[in-house]
Design a protein around this ligand. Sequence first.
Ligand code: SF4
Length: 327
Amino acid sequence: MTYEEILDLPVSDKSHAWSIANTLYKKGIDDIMLFPDIPGKIKENLNKIVCQGILKPVASEKSSDGTIKYLFRNDRSLEFETVYLPGKKRNSVCVSSQSGCRMGCPFCVTGKYGFRGNLSVRDMVSQVIGLPVPEKVTHVVFMGMGEPMDNLDNVLKACNILSAEWGPAISQRNITVSTVGIISGVQRFLKDSKFNLALSLYSPFPEERALAVPAEKKYPVHRIIEIMNDYTSEKRRRMSLAYIMVSNINDTDKHLEGLKTLLNGSKIRINLIPYNSIPGDRNISSSPGRIQQFKHELIISGISASIRRSRGIDVSAACGLLATGMK
Ligand code: SF4
């Protein structure tokens, strides 16, 4: 619930609503009877009408690099995974927006798991505030299971709660939502929010992209990039392309030139990501040297480029591997 929705409950004033939101979202206390600063009578009334609480993970696996993958199961028995990435300067959570996914990208285990259902706002917010970790989460990326634009109402509301002053207060600049590019969703997301957007690219060539990202057939990448370009002047919002690099598939010189053409004059950043082979796939990641070379060539062409380090591979928590082992 948002602060405004809490205010609609039988609480007597704004300070009570603020205190409830703070206790729930900042301190992670979800037992109404333990809320401080709220008169006993109000707590009893609230307890009768609202008590869903924060969802907690049912299992976890820790990687040798410190990454932790959590399994959640919600009240509709939908299962979904969340990845916690602690670091020296930032602690990030990779949140799922759906159980499974209906986009069917062949290089992704979640796509093979199929679509099981949309996650609720509570399911998503709980993936950040329900983790049993002592550190404060500083960054949130909606890059877990699912296509966020396919569950946009709930994703936007979860982002708004996570960034609210009365909530966990994670900076809007530190919240990124990833998409394969559902156009109506991208337009609404950019118009109605200030959060960062990351588009999964895979190939600068539409016919080739369609083989890896079937959504391309309906939502052409050139159109999505045009829409993103219209918003790159907003200083506080980061726009990026995620480019998973597969050896001899999309890391050739032709692809490099295609990327330069696609991003010519654009302020969109490109994030190069080593490919994590999924079970049964013979493709392998581009070598670190080739990825570095791509980055270098893009930068000297005036395109902002970076390399994302893969983490949590040994517990199948890395990009494209969520839902591994789930039935
Ligand atoms: S890559 Fe993203 S959109 Fe494609 S199937 Fe996987 S989770 Fe869905």
